[in-house]
Design a protein around this ligand. Sequence first.
Ligand code: GLY
Length: 368
Amino acid sequence: MAVIPVALAGRSYEVRIDAGLIDNLPDECGALLRKKTVPIVTDSNVAELWRARVEAALATGGFETAWHIVRPGEGAKSWSGLEALSDWMLAQGVERGDHVIALGGGVVGDLTGFASAICKRGCGFIQIPTTLLAQVDSSVGGKTAINTAAGKNLIGAFHQPGLVLADMDLLGTLPPREMRAGYAEVIKYGILGDAEFFAWLEDHGPAVIERDPAALEHAVATSVSAKARIVAEDERETTGTRALLNLGHTFGHALEAETGFSDALLHGEAVALGMVLAARYSARRGHLSSKDADRIAKSIADAGLRAEISALGLSCDGQKLADHMLHDKKMDAGTLPFILLSAIGDAYLAHDVALPDIAAFLDVQLAS
Ligand code: GLY
C-alpha cells in the first residue's frame, strides 16, 4: 500500500492507495467512524456496483449504513442537489465530529465535500473515489463545489477530507473511455512538473490504461504525491503554485463550453486537448521547443485521446473559443492567467497572454 500524507497545519490527512481497501473499511476509517450508522453518499451507478461490498465490509465492524443516492452526472451538483443532501445529513443527525463517506467520482466528491463544508459550519467527510480522475485529482486537495446557471464550480469552498481511500479495485469496472479521460490528469503531473514521470508514462501509459496493477498503482501514487506536495504548499491557490494544476484547463474549458459540457467531450478529454494547445502555444511564443510540443501531443494521442482540435469538427472560429474564456473563473482584474511550458516538467503561470493572440492561434489550430 502507498500512503501519501497531505500535510496541512491542523488538517493533515492521508491518501491510501491499494487494492481492496473497501473490504477493510472499519480498520481503514478507524476512529473517523464514531456512530453505529455510517452516512454514505453515492450515485445510482456506483451503488449498483459497490453498495453490497461496502455494506458487508462495514458490517464486519458492527456498522450499519444510511445511503443518499443521487442521479449520475453533473446535474446532481446543483442548488437543489445540495439542499437535498444537506437536509438528509441533518436528518441523519450528522455532527461536526462525524464523517460522511463520499463514494463516487468527482460529482459525488464535490457535492458531498461542499455539503460537509457547510453542515453545522463544517463536519468531516471521507473520499472514496471510484474514477481514475477523482483518485488522482478531485478527491485530494479540498476543492468542493456545485454548478449554477452562471457556470461550473462557481459556488464552493475549500474543505479538506479527513481521509482518502483510493482503491484500485474500484477502477476495474470503469469504462475504457473514462480510464483514458482520467489518464489525461495523470499525464498532466508529468508535463507540469516531472519530466522523469512523463518519460515513464511514454513507456508505461498503455499498461496504466489497461489497468496493469503495478503500473496503475505507481501512476496513481506518483500523481497523488505531486498533488499533495502542491496542495501543502499552496492550499488556497494564492501563490501561483496550485494554479499550475490548471494546465490545459483554460483551453479545455473553452472546448467544453463550445461542446455544451456534454458527453461529446469529457472533462479529461478536454484537458488532454488543452494541454496540447498550451504546449503548442508555448512553442509559438518561443518558450518550448516544437519537438517537446510534438512529444506531448504524441503521448496524448498514444493514450487514445484526441490531440488535435480539428478532430472535434467544431464549426466555430478562434474568437468564439476565446470568448468562452472570458467566463473562466480564473479571470483576474480583466486578464486571464495561462499555464504555459518552458520544458516538459517545467510549467509556469503567464499573466501577459492577450486573448486576441489566443484567438489567432486557435484559428490556425482549428484549420490544421
Ligand atoms: N483540480 C485542480 C486543483 O485541485 O487545484
